[in-house]
Design a protein around this ligand. Structure first.
Ligand code: SF4
Ligand code: SF4
Length: 468
């Protein structure tokens, strides 16, 4: 091992950086606050049917292989409590909450049916329910069950009102005795913040129509229906009657690159299930239908109808359909149409605990609450503290391809703080013990290497059609 990098966040960006560093024989401490890896894309990443290849030669991290990498120490249910030291030599204190289920868990599922406590499963966007002892989704990493002590009847855990799961477990994997937080101290050379973003179901237009009809969904809820590890096995069904929707209306709250790309990706996957009658209603007066359509078609193979207008009303027409009334921009005409399913985009914000994490790390946030990155000399993935880098949506909303490209750049930047007296796989033939990257027979300096990866990143970003 040639040093260690701490990665905070086990979503797409964190996992990609972890896999790249492990490939370079660099140790990784991967800290994730949830009981399973994957972040916002947890269920889709755990989806065995999903392709892992992105355009531009980039690859999504393979969730199932992360657990098997010796170089990666995975700490779930964990958060960084303190950081001291400096670039090249940080000392980090990590606190891990109890899982109550040990690695002895064989996923035999005997405990699940006997548990009497039920709660909504937020890993499935609350579309399904789970027990107090549960595994977040099929293919979750780590695969061991976890007990949500807030919904368990043994909360507080030393008051054993219930023992049903313990009695059902033949592998002695459930223990309520250890209720305290475990503290780990790790010495690391660099830190990558990949804390992701938060998709907010509340505060969107959907709030105004919540409960109107079971087939009024958010983008995230439809994402769960499209995942093979989701509640309907990947087949989009109406929640009202389990039938395939004949037509779908997307209502875009705010036109952003993120919302457009999310919709574009979903519409392509809907087309694979032969759901092609899709309309997108967007409110942006500064983007013409043609521009919006061009942007969408740049990212997708299907061709939805695109309409600029304001939502006027939405109601249950009958048990099966939803009646939508909207204006068309440029005219006062009101238009009414019935749909089988209506999907709302939702706002994305920084994770609620990002400000606290920034305080612990001693880095600054920007005016939107995301990690402040870039700067005249510091590079796109650098934060305001040397040795600490940021990747993915922790520094602002971006799509998966950009997140993956950025996490690669952050991994390279983090490697600049490793112990240079040791040789990396790339430096076996390097002159005078130097480390780095060789391109066309020329060894790049640290600065050249950083600029190289940023050029790659910028070219990926500029290949997109821009939208405000
Ligand atoms: S102790 Fe009872 S309520 Fe708690 S997880 Fe086990 S079976 Fe469920
Ligand atoms: S009964 Fe025990 S081994 Fe089986 S899934 Fe539950 S915790 Fe794991």
């Amino acid at each position: 091992m040639y040093g260690t990098v701490l990665i905070i966040g086990g979503g797409v960006a964190g996992l990609r950086a972890a896999a790249d560093l492990a490939d370079a024989d660099v140790g990784v401490v991967l800290v994730e606050k949830e009981p399973a890896l994957g972040g916002v894309m947890a269920a889709p990443l755990g989806d065995a049917g999903n392709t892992t290849e992105l355009s531009g030669g980039l690859e999504l991290p393979d969730l199932s292989q992360i657990r098997q990498r010796d170089a990666i120490e995975l700490l779930t249910l964990a958060e960084v409590a303190t950081v001291s030291g400096q670039a090249g030599k940080f000392s980090v204190e990590i606190r891990q909450r109890p899982r109550f289920v040990t690695d002895a868990c064989t996923q035999c599922h005997r405990c699940h049916p006997v548990c009497p406590a039920v709660a909504p499963n937020r890993f499935q966007s609350d579309l399904t329910y789970r027990k107090a002892i549960f595994t977040p989704f099929k293919g979750a990493v780590p695969e061991a069950y976890v007990i949500d002590i807030d919904s368990c009847l043994n909360d507080p855990p030393n008051y054993l009102a219930c023992q049903r799961c313990v009695e059902a477990c033949e592998d002695d994997a459930i223990h309520f005795a250890n209720v305290s937080t475990t503290t780990y101290t790790r010495e690391v050379n660099a830190i990558i913040v990949a804390a992701g973003l938060q998709v907010n179901d509340s505060g969107s237009l959907k709030d105004d129509v919540r409960g109107v009809h079971p087939d009024v969904l958010t983008w995230m809820e439809l994402e769960r229906l499209l995942a093979s590890c989701g509640p309907s096995g990947g087949y989009v069904e109406k929640l009202s009657n389990a039938e395939c929707p004949r037509n779908i209306l997307y209502v875009v709250d705010h036109v952003s690159r993120f919302s457009c790309l999310c919709i574009a990706a979903q519409i392509d996957r809907l087309a694979e299930q032969d759901i092609r009658d899709v309309t997108v209603l967007h409110p942006n007066q500064t983007v013409s239908d043609e521009d919006f359509g061009q942007f969408m078609s740049h990212h997708m193979h299907s061709e939805p109808r695109v309409t600029a207008g304001e939502l006027e009303g939405i109601s249950a027409h009958d048990e099966d359909t939803i009646r939508v009334r909207h204006t068309r921009l440029g005219t006062q005409a009101s238009h009414t149409q019935d749909y089988d399913m209506v999907v709302f985009t939702t706002a994305v914000t920084p994770p609620p605990d990002l400000a606290q994490l920034a305080g612990v790390l001693g880095i600054e946030l920007d005016e939107n609450g995301f990690v402040s990155s870039g700067g005249a000399d510091s590079g796109l993935t650098a934060t305001t503290r040397p040795g600490i880098y940021v990747a993915g949506c922790a520094s602002g909303v971006k799509d998966i391809r950009e997140s993956v490209a950025e996490s690669k750049a952050a991994a390279v930047n983090a490697m600049r703080h490793l112990d240079r007296r040791r040789k990396t796989a790339e430096t076996v033939t390097a002159p005078s013990g130097r480390s780095g990257l060789m391109i066309n027979g020329k060894w790049l300096s640290d600065e050249e290497m950083r600029q190289h990866f940023e050029r790659v990143l910028l070219s990926l970003m500029s290949s997109e059609t821009s939208i405000p």
